[in-house]
Design a protein around this ligand. Structure first.
Ligand code: B12
Ligand code: SF4
Length: 469
């Protein structure tokens, strides 16, 4: 990290990460877009799409010859990201490796212990990365850059928190920095059952005012919006430029501001965008009315996910979701009647959760008119209240959250032992899916029937549900 008097060259990577979804890397694209606009030379390499990730990484490093390599990661990808950082350093030892993404939102000391990671961007990166590169170029003290962490004389330094970005209208993506066509394949869909092959992920707001104990606060406990007009312009651009036929809206809680939600969807219908829309990241079940469902249907919404999590009212209280589960049956029925296929998100293994409460959740899920559901194991990710409480109560010894994986029990404070918890999860999938009513609903609501058999997120879901590990 010496004095720089020229623009920086940065390679941004998503690590190869086994079976983890290959959704378009919007985080990398956001970072790359601001760097490009600031005049830096930037390239994105998504190793998740690569047939030979090792070779592709080596060739790109040698040919592009970057000074900086940025790696974006979720917590469950951390092991893969560390391996990628080690490979980067073994090919080009002078390169500065910068980690960023959801995994780096809190407790950076446990990430910086890896000698191959030089710097972390903590939280949202659009402003931080520019200030960081300015500081590196001008050789000013990095301590003046908010929202980063690094090592100095063997100690780790965490600079003050970076405030969330309030105005999101300027964070437009430079789509030319990725090969959009590469992501038009079912494996890259965020939704289990996309309606078309030409789908695109899009974010219209960041953050959420709720404080569910297991959830991130990457974007603060408030919502920051892009204006509806800017969102529509981006959609029109994507339709014209790439022939997009479907938008997968990934906001944390798109429908909480019901007025804005209706406005955007109504604008899509008025302008006859003629696309399909889904909300695979989930919306709240308690922010619906009949008008919204009508507008959704008219705008092309064919599928959405609801974050339900638990069928037990005691667990609902503990997780502080502030959701009245008594309303859910009716909402799902109305959505199903409007030809909107509904996915349910459920979680098993909350602290103190009993077998009976998990059974309640499974029963609750099975009785709803859902097309699909998944049952995740509770994981105390960095930055969650769940993790904070477990650490405070000294129940969580494992500070090495970088070792968390998707399909194992990462931490278990439920009343079941870990083996029973895994068995419970499998039972949940079996009970939910192995019913003629469900299979009919899945078949009936799936637009591209081939997805039920080919390589797609749905078959991944199926494998997770029925594999023997
Ligand atoms: C799309 C998505 C996915 C996609 C792919 C993720 C991806 N980006 O490639 C898929 C569907 C695969 C996925 C899966 C999961 N996800 Co997810 N997912 C999301 C979602 C909804 C949107 C991500 C996104 O594109 N955001 C928009 C971009 C702009 O934000 P961003 O990526 O965070 O990027 C910003 C910063 O993080 C940073 N940044 C990002 N990358 C980099 C890189 C560098 C070098 C730098 C400097 C900065 C930087 O700058 C960006 C701009 O400010 C987020 C929620 C959210 N609102 O973000 C959850 C989220 C990322 N997922 C989460 C989780 C937990 C999961 C699961 C593990 C859940 C589960 N148990 O089932 C699963 C894994 C299942 C599996 N086997 O695949 C958590 C991550 C928490 C964590 N600590 O890792 C999040 C935050 C949601 C939550 N409620 O907590 N997910
Ligand atoms: S789970 Fe949903 S409602 Fe709860 S804090 Fe996260 S985004 Fe908000």
């Amino acid at each position: 990290m010496g004095v720089r008097d020229h623009f920086m060259k940065m390679l941004l990577l998503r690590p190869y990460a086994g079976h983890i979804g290959k959704v378009m890397p919007l985080g990398l694209l956001a970072v790359a877009s601001v760097l490009k606009r600031a005049g830096h030379d930037v390239r994105i390499l998504d190793l998740r799409l690569s047939q030979q990730p090792g070779e592709d990484l080596q060739n790109t490093l040698l040919e592009f010859d970057p000074e900086y390599v940025g790696i974006g990661l979720m917590t469950i990808e951390a092991e893969y990201a560390f391996a990628t950082a080690a490979q980067v350093k073994s090919i080009k030892k002078d390169v500065t490796v910068i980690f960023g993404g959801p995994h780096c939102s809190h407790e950076p000391q446990f990430i910086l212990h890896d000698p191959n990671v030089d710097l972390l961007v903590v939280g949202e990166a659009e402003i931080t990365i520019i200030e960081l590169f300015d500081a590196l170029q001008n050789n000013t003290d990095l301590a003046s850059v908010k929202g980063i962490a690094y090592r100095k004389n063997g100690e780790y330094v965490l600079t003050p928190e970076r405030p969330v970005i309030k105005d999101l209208d300027w964070v437009n993506q430079e789509y030319g920095l990725i090969r959009v066509e590469d992501y038009f394949q079912p494996e890259c869909s965020t939704d289990f059952l996309p309606a078309t092959r030409r789908f695109m992920s899009i974010v219209t707001s960041r953050g959420c005012p709720f404080k569910c104990t297991y959830c991130h606060d990457l974007f603060g406990k408030s919502i920051q919006y892009r204006s509806p007009e800017v969102v529509l312009q981006e959609m029109e651009y994507l339709i014209e430029t790439y022939g997009v036929q479907e938008f997968q809206i990934l906001d944390d809680v798109f429908n909480v501001n019901m007025k804005r939600c209706k406005q955007i969807l109504a604008m899509m219908a008025e302008r006859k965008l003629n696309v399909k829309i889904c909300f695979p990241n989930g919306v709240r079940a308690d922010f619906f009315d009949d008008e919204m469902i009508e507008i959704m249907e008219a705008a092309g919404v064919y599928r959405l996910a609801l974050g339900i999590e638990s069928g037990s009212s005691r667990i609902q209280k503990i997780i502080d979701k502030k959701l009245d589960i008594a309303i859910i049956d009716n909402v799902v029925k109305k959505l199903a009647r409007a030809n909107i296929s509904v996915h349910g998100f459920f979680m098993l293994g909350f602290p103190s959760e009993t077998r009976e409460e998990m059974d309640e959740t499974i029963k609750f899920a099975c009785n709803l008119d859902l097309a699909t559901a998944n049952f995740s194991l509770v994981t105390p990710n960095p930055g969650t209240r769940l993790r904070e409480t477990l650490v405070e109560e000294k129940k969580l010894q494992n500070k090495e959250f970088s070792q968390y994986t998707f399909d194992t029990v990462n931490s278990n404070e439920s009343k079941l032992d870990s083996a029973d918890l895994l068995t419970m999860r499998k039972a949940a999938y079996r009970q939910f899916y192995l019913s003629p009513r469900r299979l009919w609903r899945i078949f009936h609501t799936t637009k591209m029937k081939g997805l039920l058999f080919g390589k797609s997120p749905f078959t991944l879901l199926w494998r997770n549900a029925f594999s023997s590990n």
